[in-house]
Design a protein around this ligand. Sequence first.
Ligand SMILES: C[S@@+](CC[C@H](N)C(=O)[O-])C[C@H]1O[C@@H](n2cnc3c(N)ncnc32)[C@H](O)[C@@H]1O
Length: 200
Amino acid sequence: MRDLVVRQFEHPSGFLGRMAGWIMAHRESNLRRNEWAVSLLDIEPRHLVLELGCGPGIAIEQAAKLATEGRVVGVDHSELMVRAASKRNARAVQQGRVELLHGTARTAAERGERFDRVLALNVLQFFDAPQETLRLLRRSMTPGGVIAIAFQPRNEGATDADARRGAERNGALLTEAGFEDLRTETLDLEPMVTCVLGRA
Ligand SMILES: C[S@@+](CC[C@H](N)C(=O)[O-])C[C@H]1O[C@@H](n2cnc3c(N)ncnc32)[C@H](O)[C@@H]1O
């Protein structure tokens, strides 16, 4: 049963997907991870922010509190998660400050907007060709814009060493995709969360 729910984190749907979405929205460590990752982005009031794989929209809610005169766009390939994120951020959606899209990185990129900040939190590990996605995202960012790729391994028995290996992999992917000025931050949870930041 646990495995079935865990698999749902990649593409939540149906009853088990709702369980996964509930965990993402209520688990203390997930809330802290989202809040921390958003805080690393130095979001300014007029920024246009993108979150790839926004799940139930926890980071979107945090980012919208900072981008008060800008806009926050969330994209997720799970219809269930888009609905959950829309419900959580209903007021900001109504005010036009948050937009939630059903789709992938390409869906966001094809809008032709330039994002100042991009966040991907526990999502890149699900991609078959993450470097292509990162290249696409870089082309959709303002020069000097900041991307944050956060990762906390969630498999049973995961360790800080797994989190560090994830950060190394994400750093290499960001470099390959042309991002510069990379730095890695960590959050002391069990296991630790890593976040690699880079500039477009
Ligand atoms: C583990 S959840 C993390 C959700 C959120 N970022 C958080 O940390 O609370 C991964 C999310 O990414 C979405 N996702 C996975 N692959 C995706 C893709 N290729 N394009 C868009 N969304 C994707 C899933 O549907 C899911 O909502």
